[in-house]
Design a protein around this ligand. Structure first.
Ligand code: X90
Length: 281
């Protein structure tokens, strides 16, 4: 039996038809409304509710039961979660893995803490798929993927840092800096799986140029670039074009953020997953 790929919805649904993944949804609460981050969620509706909401809003990670449902029916499961430093999803996932293996003797479950989100999770899911297609066994795939993750990275330029700050995921002082009119903050996922702010840029054009400079200075040699955006196709396309000029042999895709990434990156948010060594890792 082929191993089943499982990821929480922070991975953004893939539009790549060769990538079969069972997604475990996170939940988003905006005022009194609750949204489930599954394939039925309409992002424009979520964003409109966020705009209109004057009350508190937040997110909730999947529970153990949600992960268990996704494992069902398979005896080899390869999974990935959003960074465990900012979400309880990884914890639920590994607890579910223990329970599932007890209930199904012989079943194998591995959940990787991505230390990241969105498009970096997508890169790792694609690598899992390639390992499976190459006929690699479960244990070799697990050790390969741990090594692969040391060579994937994430950069972002968010629409605003408001929702991250309100939910305690980023220092409020940094969020203030990001809310100054016209300032776009460029940051990366740190080795610990937290947000690390790198640059304050005037306007999106400069922010995109800065993302490209950061890619180059990280020692990237091309390869895959996975860009996701929240209602910002022009920004995502501009980033793709600039990367393509520097790395013409590369494989670049642009997709839309789903609920979780949209909630935190907000309108105009851009996230880039790419391959380059993680320093001091
Ligand atoms: O468990 C939960 O409720 C989910 C909490 C998630 C909090 C952070 C999500 C960030 C999503 C923002 C840009 C990329 C940041 C990367 C940091 C590792 C998107």
């Amino acid at each position: 039996m082929r191993a089943k790929l499982v990821a929480d919805s922070a991975a953004n649904f893939s539009t790549d038809s060769t990538l079969e993944v069972t997604y475990v949804p996170l939940k988003i609460r905006v005022g009194k409304e609750e949204f489930t981050d599954d394939c039925k969620l309409e992002i424009p509706k979520l964003l409109a509710a966020m705009d209109a909401c004057r009350e508190t809003s937040g997110t909730a990670c999947p529970g153990i039961g949600d992960w268990l449902n996704a494992f069902e029916g398979s005896d080899e499961i390869l999974g990935i979660s959003i960074t465990g430093a900012l979400s309880g999803s990884y914890n639920s996932g590994i607890k579910a893995a223990e329970i599932y293996q007890k209930q199904n003797p012989g079943a194998k479950v591995f959940i990787l803490d991505s230390l990241s989100t969105g498009p970096e999770m997508q890169l790792i899911l694609e690598e899992y798929r390639d390992c499976i297609n190459a006929g690699m066994d479960f244990e070799s795939t697990v050790s390969h993927i741990k090594e692969y993750r040391n060579n994937t990275r994430l950069l972002f330029c968010l629409g605003s840092l408001k929702n991250l700050a309100k939910n305690g995921r980023v220092n409020p002082l940094l969020a203030k800096m990001g809310s100054i009119l016209g300032i776009r903050v460029v940051g990366q996922a740190s080795n610990k799986g937290t947000l690390e702010l790198l640059h304050k840029c005037h306007g999106e054009k400069n922010a995109i140029r800065q993302i490209v400079r950061s890619v180059i200075s990280s020692g990237c040699k091309g390869g895959k670039f996975r860009i996701s955006h929240t209602e910002n196709l022009p920004g995502a396309s501009a980033l793709a074009e600039q990367l393509f000029e520097i790395y013409p042999e590369s494989d670049i895709t642009v997709t839309e953020n789903r609920g979780l990434c949209s909630f935190y990156s907000e309108r105009k948010g851009l996230i880039l997953g790419y391959t380059a060594p993680r320093p001091n890792y």
